[in-house]
Every structure is written in structure tokens, then in C-alpha cells.
Write a protein that binds this ligand. Sequence first.
Ligand code: HEM
Length: 492
Amino acid sequence: MHYYLIAFVAFISYIVYKFYIYPLYLSPLCKIPGPPVDSFILGHSFLSKQLSEASARLAKQYGEIVRFYGLFNRPFLLISDPKIVQQVMINHTYEYPKSFFNIRAIQDFTGAHSILFANRDTHKRQRKMMQPSFSFANVKEMLPTFVQAGHNLKDIWMKQIGNKKVERVSITDIIPNITLDVIGIVGFNYEFNSTKTTTELAQAYQTLIMRDRSQLYEAFEGFFPFIKKLPTPNNKQYNEAIEVIQNTSAKLVDEKKHATVLGKDLLSLLVKSNEKLPIDEQLTHNELLSQVMTLLVAGHETTSTVLSWVLYFLAKNPDAQDRLRKEVLNVLADRDHMPTFDEIEQLKYLECVFKETLRIVPPVPSLTRSTSKNDVINGYVVPKGTRMLISIYAIHHDPSIWGDDAKYFNPSRWLDPVIKSKVTNSNFLPFSAGPQNCLGMKMADLEFKAILSVIIRNFEFKLVEGFNFELKLFGFSKPNPGIDLLISKVDY
Ligand code: HEM
């Protein structure tokens, strides 16, 4: 009995030391400034769905490297210093591997062998394989699909408005389906048809992306993965949605592997270049499947997020909207004209609008990395295995870079020579930076510009009085419960 008591006391002492005394009082990370702890077990209560805005607030209050605590007082560093971004993401990428609050939840979306989780040699091998599919020449060939997607959206809203002067439309209901159809065609030469019919795939993403879960819940699930298996209605819905995505991806890979003629879509190009490589360099079946799942989600959720936000900001800033429409009319005087690549490239204000939207609401608001060895960052000792949250959102809202109006949407800032001289790839990083940056960057750029130019040519957008939503973090920066706008036709 006596021994049991000693063992019990030793166990409790170990728990108290490991989860309370060491992280809060003894770890070298305690020297880094940060907010006081407000919960014994839960760490910081701000670790919630408003993480983006909280991170900007903390950066302002405590500086560019901030210590905070997650579940069970696990320490994290919040980074908003471009110099650290340069060190961690650009100069020494593979020394700072990615780390996630709940990796299994992301792997459900992307497959366990996605390039998003690969490190060092595996990453280099997968990247070398995938990069050629995203070449400039290949992306240029996607333009007609992007413009057609703009026209499809135009036709849907024209029909919705009908003979009315103005119509209230939930823009976030349809835009993800438009970009899902786009990735279907350019990614896999496959018609998902999610704008014409209700598809299981579009519904599955809707279910997953808009799940109302806090970071804290994600962290709990990360610690206790069995939670996902409990037979609750939410879990059932979640697991069914994941199954739809996995089955669709498996079907796409299977069809491509057995196709007699391969096209120019991303997956065909990937399969073709894979076959040319020596066996030990080739992507395995599971790796290929994971890349398809990754392209599906990365290729449509991000672009739909930025397209939804831009319409909101243009509705809120009618002067910017008028200026953009005026510029677009130079190219699209005829509403049915299909703009060429060169014509889109001429639209300089459109470029500013794209960058400003990515700055003010980066679709991926933060990135996670960890130290692979004991390290020194900004003069502080940082032990091996420390997790870092690189807040793209906080860096994009830093007045010392973007000016005193950093929190406002102002596309013209991108024409200001002072701002232009300050912008680098470590302080403007919507697509991340360094060797693991976004492969679909050029594609997203052209898709955004093609769809937005058709839409802004044809419609005027205004805010709905009294309609409110929140910026919430569902992995992507999503407006919750969505965005409604008033839309009217442009009659010239
Ligand atoms: C506005 C649109 C987009 C944004 C803001 C965006 C942002 C990002 C970011 C921040 C990362 C780095 C993630 C990390 O380090 O954990 C990333 C990676 C990636 N993105 Fe995008 N993305 C966009 C569109 C696309 C599109 C259209 C595709 C493809 C069809 C795509 C494919 C990828 C891939 C494959 C990676 C992994 C690259 C690697 O690890 O080497 N993205 N993206």
C-alpha cells in the first residue's frame, strides 16, 4: 500500500513538474515576453478561432517574438519578425520542419503522404516531380478555363438578379463551387459540375471547412485522436465527408493511370513525368493519391477565399471598385470578350487589388514550424522541438511596413514607391516563402484576375446594411457565416 502511495505521489509530482512548473517557471522560453497564463490546463484562452487577430494584437503588445501556451501548457512561439521568417523559411527551411496542432485532421483532407508534410529529401523529390506541371507555359494554357469560370459565375448571378434592380446574394455559397469546378478541369480534366448540380464533393468540403471548432478542440483532438472515432452525429458527418474526398481522389488517380491518352491537366502531367523517372525516385501510389487530395483542397479553397474577400472589400470601398471597373473596361468593353493573357497583364490596378486582398486577409493566416535542434532565435535560447506559429496575418498588419492605415483595404498602397521599396518575400508572404512556398501561386494569380475581371465588368457590389460576420479560422481565413452582398447589373 505504502509503495502505491509513493508511486502515486511521484506520478502526480512528475505531471505537475512537466505540465506546470517546468514550462511556466524553468524553461528557457520563460525569458521570452508573452501574456500571463490564465488557465492551469488550457494555456491561453486566446487560442481560439480568432487566432489571426489575437496574434496581431499580441505582436503589437509584446513584440515580434512572443511566448504563449497551448493545451497542457505546451509552449509556442508566435513569430511576426521578417528576419526570423528569412532564417526559418528561406535560409534554413529544412532545419525547421512543419508541425501542426492536429496533423491527423489535416491529413484527412490531404492524405498522409502530401507534399505539405514532406521534409528534406522527400520534399525535394516530390517538389521536383510536381514543379514542372505548374510551369508558366502550362498555367497560361489554363486561362480559357479561368475566363469561362468567370462567365459561368456571371450567368448564375444574372439569372438570380433577373429583372430586379438589385438582389441580395450569398456570395460564399457559390464561389467555392466555381473554383472547385476549375480545379476539376485544369487539375484532372474532370467535370465536377458543382455549379450546375448539388455534388457530394462540394458538400463534403462545405461540411469540413465550415465546421465550427476552436483551436482548443483541435488541440484536444490532436492529443486524443480517438475523439474523432466516437459515434457522435458530428463525427459521422465528418467521416462521411472525408470518405467522399478520398473516394473521389482514388477514382481520379485510377482513371488517369489507366488512360490510353494523357492530357495537359496537372495530374496527367504528373503521371507522365512520374513514369519517366527511375523507380526509386517515382511517387508511390499513396503519394500520388495524397497529391491529388492536396491539389483538390489547396487548389480551390484558397482561391475561393480570396475571391470572396475581394468582393466584400470592393463593396466596402466603392472608390476602389469604380477604379477597378474603369480599368477592366479598357479590356472588356465588350462584355463577352475573352481576355488574353497579355490583356490581363496590362491591368495594373487589378494586380494591386489582388495583392492588397492577400495582404489584408491572407487565406492561409499562419504557418507552423518547429526547431529541430537547440537554437538561438533573436538572442533567445529556444530548445529543440519548440513549436513556432509564424503569423502571416500579424506581419501583413504591421504598420512599420504597411503604414498607419495597415488595417484598411487600400490597393493604391502598392503604387506607393516607399511601400514598394519595403516589400520583400519575408514580409509579404501569402504564398509562404522559400523552397516550400506555394506551387500554385501563378495559377492562383491568373485565376483570380480572370474571374474577377469578368465579374467586376458585369456587376456592382454593395454591402448589406446590418449584415455582420466574423473572420474565423478554419485553417483558412473564412468569413463566418459567409458574406451576403447586394448585387446589381452593370448596364453598359
Ligand atoms: C490564393 C491562393 C493560394 C494561396 C494563398 C496559397 C497559399 C499557400 C501557402 C501559404 C502554402 C505553404 C503551406 C505551408 O508551408 O504549410 C502553400 C503550399 C502549397 N500550395 Fe498553395 N495557395 C494558393 C493556391 C494554390 C493553388 C491554386 C494550388 C494548386 C492547384 C496550390 C498548391 C499548393 C501546393 C502543392 C503547396 C505545397 C508546396 C510545397 O510544400 O512544396 N496552392 N500554398
